[in-house]
Ligand binder design. Structure first.
Ligand SMILES: [Zn+2]
Length: 348
């Protein structure tokens, strides 16, 4: 039996930055003041191996399974290599010479690094939304003054619009973002002026916008520090319900609701704000026929963005808000136009 093996300079190998080595082999995440990575000693889903790299310290420890060790221990466990193999790879990669060289050895390659894991989102349980679904919100009161109640009930059911009280005030409207897998990503809450004779009728009251995800996480109804998925279209869940219907893409949920109640043959979806017209947000529209109706002040910006995404869907951009602008208002949107039209019909 040949007992010959190489003598590696283990002191120098174990002084190679453990964070650097972990970064080569896996994904490393900063948590507060320390770095963490997935623990190779147990079946780890959340990074629980803490990397200690301070003066005279260069090792790792897992508070979940209690294991850990030196740079060499980490590489052996991560790659399922022997002590010799781990030392061989580290020496080669970091240019550390062995004390007695025994000739060329096969070059070792670590298994490929996993893709960075997506941040884990918290979804709001559907039951929590179901409890809020109602026609009693300020926005539905506006709709009731313009449309038949059956139409309002239908729209509330389709989009799962809800009602909520904040600081003792009832009637806040809940607009849910439900993704195409039926998960509730977040709930936007806004209060609307219900005075039919007011200039601001069916407009949201300034400063009345809240996100229930964050609010519930602070109140302890959802996990603390929960992260919510932000790239979900309003109305996205309806895309799979009506797979062959044409789609109309607008900016605000209010636009989508007014549009859907007026032209119910199409699926109306909303980005939520001007700057959400991004590829990852629009991905669920893949392969669909999509009419895009930007607010008047965003026509140029949206046209430019859509031009870069023509491979995604069959987009048609409409100048509707330019052509129908009321009193030449620069910030006119399709909801303003449809509401104005409806009120003129009602007065006639
Ligand atoms: Zn562990």
């Amino acid at each position: 039996m040949n007992e010959k093996y190489e003598h590696y300079d283990t002191a120098r190998i174990n002084a190679i930055s453990i964070t650097e080595v972990a970064r080569r082999l896996d994904n490393v995440k900063r948590v507060g003041s320390v770095y963490k990575t997935l623990c190779p000693w147990h079946n780890d889903n959340h990074p629980s191996l803490t990397l200690y790299e301070r003066t005279n310290e260069n090792h790792c420890h897992c508070f979940s399974c209690g294991k850990g060790g030196s740079v060499i221990d980490y590489v052996m466990q991560h790659e399922n290599w022997s002590f010799q193999e781990a030392c061989q790879w580290l020496s080669h990669e970091y240019g550390i010479l062995t004390t007695d060289y025994l000739g060329p050895k096969p070059r070792l390659t670590p298994k490929s690094k996993p893709k960075p894991t997506m941040p884990e989102y918290t979804y709001i349980p559907m039951e929590m939304l179901d409890e809020l679904v109602s026609t009693n919100s300020s926005f539905c009161q506006c709709l009731m003054q313009m449309y038949r109640w059956e139409a309002v009930e239908w729209i509330v059911e389709e989009y799962k619009l809800g009602v909520y009280s904040i600081n003792g005030q009832d009637g806040f409207t809940v607009f849910p973002n439900i993704d195409n897998s039926g998960r509730v990503c977040n709930l936007k809450v806004q209060y609307y002026d219900t005075d039919y004779l007011s200039e601001r009728f069916a407009h949201s009251i300034k400063g009345s916008c809240y996100w229930l995800g964050k609010m519930w996480s602070k109140e302890g109804k959802l996990p603390k520090n929960a992260e919510f998925k932000t790239n979900c279209l309003f109305g996205e869940h309806l895309l799979s319900k009506y797979p062959s219907a044409p789609v109309v893409l607008v900016e605000s949920p209010k636009n989508a609701i007014l549009g859907a109640i007026t032209f119910p043959y199409a699926v109306w979806v909303a980005t939520g704000n001007k700057n959400q017209l991004k590829r990852d947000v629009l991905k669920p529209l893949q392969g669909r026929n999509v009419i895009v109706i930007p607010d008047r002040d965003a026509i140029g910006q949206w046209r430019e963005s859509i031009t870069k995404m023509t491979d995604l869907a069959n987009f048609t951009i409409s100048d509707f808000c330019e052509e129908h602008a009321i009193h030449d208002a620069p910030k006119c949107d399709i909801a303003d136009i449809l509401i104005e039209e409806r009120r003129c019909q009602q007065q006639a």
